[in-house]
Write a protein that binds this ligand. Structure first.
Ligand code: OOG
Ligand code: MG
Length: 267
């Protein structure tokens, strides 16, 4: 097995992004990248992710936001990885139809999140108060994950980052609640499968406060001189473990007041 040179050449980065892109489109899972490139760095993994987004843009998709991942203890333990990561969200990933077609995915999972929409750009290394001031509205969301890797196994941080943080789809409720009108740490998120409670957590499970996740997102992006633009949607990362999706089930996310219940019928 060839050991990769570190860092990867731009050609290799483009090649690997292309392989992941094709795996997603054809719904054919692939081996983890670190099988062939065990020296894959986090930096190169984000480069592969960015190249993959370029391919999606070439297919006409538009970036609408970012997702944070691995921001709760439950998620970190589920996947055995401990560092928060980010991925990008495009318009095509946004679900508006409450009837969700499972066949678009390889082996999807679902998880409950808090989402923000920004009314101002967020760049640099803002503090929590600056992050709060930049939020237009907060809402609840269901993120549908998928992995392009065989078995949806968690291998390494670089693999998951290169695969755009296992993003697939996201379903957000209205992002209209003023974040200053509620306690962002006390939103109760309860996820039901066919009316049976499966997982429940308070939003404080997300880095103590989902606002911390927004801040972390900006700080992570700042490492590569990027930031969050006005209008962006940010998913703060799941508060609980992800559940496997199966055809025929209904998933509901019930959140404490004033948030609306989100329902997805999986077909
Ligand atoms: C990685 C993505 C994690 C979250 O909310 O923690 C994530 C994965 O679980 O495959 O989206
Ligand atoms: Mg997530």
């Amino acid at each position: 097995m060839p050991l990769s040179p570190i860092p990867l050449t731009p050609d290799k980065i483009t090649l690997l992004a292309g392989i992941l892109h094709e795996s997603r489109i054809k719904k054919l899972p692939i081996d983890k990248i670190t099988k062939e490139y065990p020296g894959l760095t986090i930096e190169d993994a984000y480069k592969i992710q960015a190249e993959g987004i370029k391919l999606r843009q070439e297919d006409g998709e538009k970036i609408v936001g970012y997702k944070m991942g691995l921001t709760s203890r439950a998620k970190m333990e589920q996947v055995g990885l401990k560092t928060p990561i980010y991925g990008l969200l495009t318009n095509k990933m946004q679900v508006s139809d409450p009837d969700f077609d499972l066949t678009q995915n390889i082996h999807p999972k679902i998880e409950p999140e808090i989402a923000f929409e920004l009314k101002e750009d967020l760049y640099g290394t803002p503090n929590l108060e600056q992050c709060l001031d930049a939020i237009k509205g907060v809402g609840v969301a269901l993120e549908i994950l998928d992995s392009r890797f065989i078995g949806f196994k968690y291998f390494s941080l670089p693999d998951v980052i290169a695969d755009n943080a296992s993003s697939s789809r996201f379903f957000v409720g209205p992002l209209t609640i003023d974040p200053k009108s509620i306690d962002l740490t006390q939103i109760k998120l309860s996820i039901y499968e066919n009316n049976a409670l499966k997982e429940e957590a308070l939003s404080s499970a997300i880095l103590g406060n989902p606002l911390e996740s927004l801040k972390e997102c900006v700080h992570l992006l700042n490492r590569s001189n990027q930031g969050l633009p006005k209008g962006a949607i940010i998913l703060s990362g799941a508060a609980t473990v992800a559940l496997e999706l199966k055809a025929g089930i209904t998933i509901q996310l019930k959140a404490s007041q004033p948030f609306e219940t989100l329902s997805l019928k999986i077909g």
